[in-house]
Design a protein around this ligand. Sequence first.
Ligand code: ACM
Ligand code: ZN
Length: 510
Amino acid sequence: MASERLSIIPQPVSIERMSGAFVLTPQTAVLTDSANTANGRYLQALFSLANNPDGLAIHLNLNEALKPWGDEGYRLEITTEAVRITAVTTTGIFYGIQTLRQLLPAGQKTGTIPCLLIEDKPRFSWRGFMLDEGRHFQGKTSVLRLLDAMALLKLNRFHWHLTEDQGWRLEIKQYPRLTAVGAQRAGTAPGMIAMVRGKHNGVPHGGFYTQDEVREVVAYAAERHITVVPEIEMPGHSTAALVAYPELGCTGGPYEMPTRFGIFKDVYCVGKDHTITFLEHVLAEVLALFPSPYIHIGGDEAPRSRWQKCPDCQKRIADNNLGDEHGLQLYLTNHMARFLRDNGRSLIGWNEILNADLEPSAVAQYWVRNRKGMIAAIENGRSAILSPNWHYYLDYSYSLTALSKTYNHEPVFSELSQSAAKNILGIEAPLWTEFVPTAKRMGYQAFPRLTAVAETAWTPAAQKELVSFRERLPAFLNQLDEIGLTYAPLTEIEPAKLKQKLGIFSMIRP
Ligand code: ACM
Ligand code: ZN
């Protein structure tokens, strides 16, 4: 019986250790069935295998017998003679490979792997990470590295927040001003105090993804069995689009690119037909770029004050018996939900979209407030993704949200009936980037907390254990070093109790 500790994150459902070891060498072969040729190539590249047909082999095979382990489950059997990964789908095989990777130290391509049998499957089907690129454009290199880390963690949804007040980051061919004008700003308020004082640093900030770059990111993610879910915010958090095309707003502008953060009262005018048409045209290009079954339309933090004074918005409310401005947002959300449904996709919005008359196909993503409304909606059959801000917002300081607080959180509302809990697709950790100007800062905020979210997303709740997780963590941090991602030092992720109590005063910075 091998005695060394296995450091796998997320912790697999079942591990049975056996004596002996498989010796991985450059001569190890990879033998796959026809469905797994891509997985085979990926594995070969990962360990730089020469693929000697006479060597001992790693076998990748689909097997219907694994059905009890679900669509994403897998079985990894390691004997002295062979490594065998079996699963019902190529995704399951891919996850078996991710577990195999973690049985060797990061970056090591040869070595002994202890004999064992792992049988494994995820708790949730939605295991997400969100990156806000509107506030600070991080760029393709950072995104690809994040996708690499997500693959290791068996996370499968990259929610890409691409439009914001402070920056529109996605090339739209029909509306070139969105990026020609809306992707640049004159400066950035570098912290809360500067923001309150209305000051910015005078350093221009900008950037956007061309459609070719988006296709590259989507393909890179797909190779890692990750779906890229784009978010095009509406009706709020849309100042950059209004600056580019002022006719989309209630007042017609002029508008200015914001250099500070917050909630802005200028939002899309839902009373004007050409605004709705614009949004449909933008979404049409988005649909062509992103094969995701889900498209996110934001929907959070949309002030009503412009709509209250806009004749077009008031006419829309009156003509359609919408009641008030809440009804007007519902009108927009339902219009887009039907538009997406007619194109074979489902809408996701933040929990502000909840309403008794919301289209049944729309998915609500919980982040803050209205816990009761969220629970009632889930009980009534609404599909949900859970991103509770106090536990899963990766932009919060470690004083406020220590690693253990993220790890120990049970995301499923305790009040939910067992049958309704099935409507929870899963969980997701957002990283908002108001105060995340660099790749180094991005890594610091995201890691290691994202590993805690990943374990909650995958491992059965009853099997989670903080002490074991902390023991397994250093090996994973070495993997991040290999990928080129930074992380918060272990000395900073569990601040002293006093600092945690004062954490509320350091919402963003540690
Ligand atoms: C959000 O944090 N405004 C969804
Ligand atoms: Zn209006």
